[in-house]
Write a protein that binds this ligand. Structure first.
Ligand SMILES: [Zn+2]
Length: 421
């Protein structure tokens, strides 16, 4: 601001009876958070009564060496807390509402220990879920470790400003806990769906008219929705990719969500590409190296599946055209190599590229669509180690086996005998 524009504000502030910045005391625990201030993802030192707060692990480590805590205790320790600050720069001083780690040192617990202390902790459920999200769930969203900071820090910050995003985080975290605690699966699944039910109506409203303020939260929400719909899949095979007959939906839910995520992302990309969610754009648009030889050989294999005109199984020309297009995309997907194959790669390489005509053939359970999906499950195997996707690829393949005439079996990948489910 220019000096002349600034002066009217300065005059206004000088007329107020305010404390000197250095004399401002942090608000009490019960006053946290101050609604007008952003909530940041912070760390609190857990050494004795030291209540040092900061935002990064690096700073915390240097605090430990400066405060000489290490001389007394062997292991450095701290835990995540939400923090706020009134001032930046020299007067920066964080404060928080959380003074103790939930039960034990949450950040250092093993998965099993963590779940136990989560379950027995005396803290508010939302707070505990968010803690679990920050410590564990956020680090297990993609296998691409460069995205971890985004999911662990940026996303919770955004969620503090957008209730529907916060509910989505808590919903996914509840499903994660259901996955970790098989004996209390049902209980967590119920939590999850109540959070999701809370989020959806607000989300539908905001997504109808995205603004520069909420577009980032919308884009993140869409991504969480896809993971949620994977993780929430019941053991019902028909639900994964194929469309259950009773359902009027043209596409399975996650496919619908991921396709609309792409549309929204394009609509708001001018805002998103300059905001905190750039990294999501990158995960969709990271350049791919295409191995032309692989593409050609896979394409040739897929083309040999087309029954000859003389065969009683022959396909009409329009179906052959749709098949050719989708199989060319699939061959391309197989021929792409990325440094780290993520869930977003698995989705962007094929499901979002296939045509509406192909989706219709899939709904009719036409063999041309089923055999391509069967081949696609080979790509999906690469993300089978993600907790929300485990066992899904083979289950999908089994469903296809059931639906296809045995004539096609030699043309599709074999079902793995060992099925995690
Ligand atoms: Zn300390």
């Amino acid at each position: 601001m220019t000096h002349s524009r600034r002066s009217s504000f300065v005059n206004f502030v000088q007329g107020l009876d305010l404390c000197e910045p250095q004399d401002v005391t942090p608000p009490g625990q019960n006053e946290f958070p101050i609604p007008e201030l952003p909530v940041l993802n912070g760390l609190r030192c857990s050494f004795g009564t030291c209540s040092y707060l900061c935002l990064t692990e690096k700073r915390m480590k240097s605090h430990w060496s400066l405060a000489k805590h290490s001389c007394v205790m062997q292991k450095q320790s701290w835990f995540s807390v939400p923090v706020q600050t009134f001032f930046r720069g020299n007067l920066l001083k964080y404060f928080s509402g959380l003074v103790q780690p939930p039960e034990t040192e949450l950040a250092k617990c093993s998965t099993a220990e963590l779940s136990t202390c989560f379950l027995t902790g005396a803290y508010n459920i939302d707070e505990r879920l968010l803690q679990h999200y920050c410590t564990l769930t956020s680090t297990m969203i993609t296998s691409d470790s460069s995205d971890t900071t985004f999911w662990q820090q940026t996303v919770p910050q955004l969620a503090h400003e957008h209730d529907f995003l916060m509910s989505a985080i808590l919903a996914l975290t509840s499903l994660h806990l259901a996955h970790l605690n098989t004996d209390r699966q049902r209980e967590f699944a119920i939590h999850a769906s109540s959070y999701q039910d809370r989020a959806m109506p607000i989300f539908r409203k905001v997504v109808a008219a995205p603004t520069s303020e909420n577009c980032n939260a919308i884009v993140v929400f869409h991504h969480l929705l896809v993971l949620y719909s994977f993780a929430a899949e019941q053991q019902d095979d028909d639900d994964l990719f194929l469309i259950s007959r009773d359902d009027n939906e043209v596409a399975p839910r996650w496919l619908h969500f991921i396709r609309s995520a792409c549309v929204i992302l394009q609509d708001v990309r001018h805002w998103v590409e300059v905001g905190p969610c750039q990294t999501l754009l990158l995960s969709w648009e990271a350049p791919l190296k295409i191995n032309k030889i692989v593409k050609k050989s896979i394409m040739e294999t897929l083309l040999t599946l087309i029954p000859p005109k003389s065969s009683p199984r022959f396909w009409r020309q329009n179906i052959v055209n749709i098949y050719n297009e989708a199989s060319s995309q699939l061959a391309l997907a197989f021929a792409c190599s990325t440094d780290q194959f993520t869930i977003w790669d698995a989705l962007r390489l094929w499901p979002v590229t296939i045509s509406v005509d192909f989706m219709n053939l899939l709904r009719e359970e036409h063999p041309c669509a089923l055999v391509l999906v069967a081949h696609y499950t080979v790509l999906l195997q690469r993300i089978d180690n993600e907790w929300y996707f485990r066992g899904r690829a083979n289950r999908l393949l089994k469903t296809i086996h059931r639906k296809l005439d045995p004539y096609w079996y030699p043309y599709i990948p074999p079902v793995l005998a060992l099925d995690g489910a």
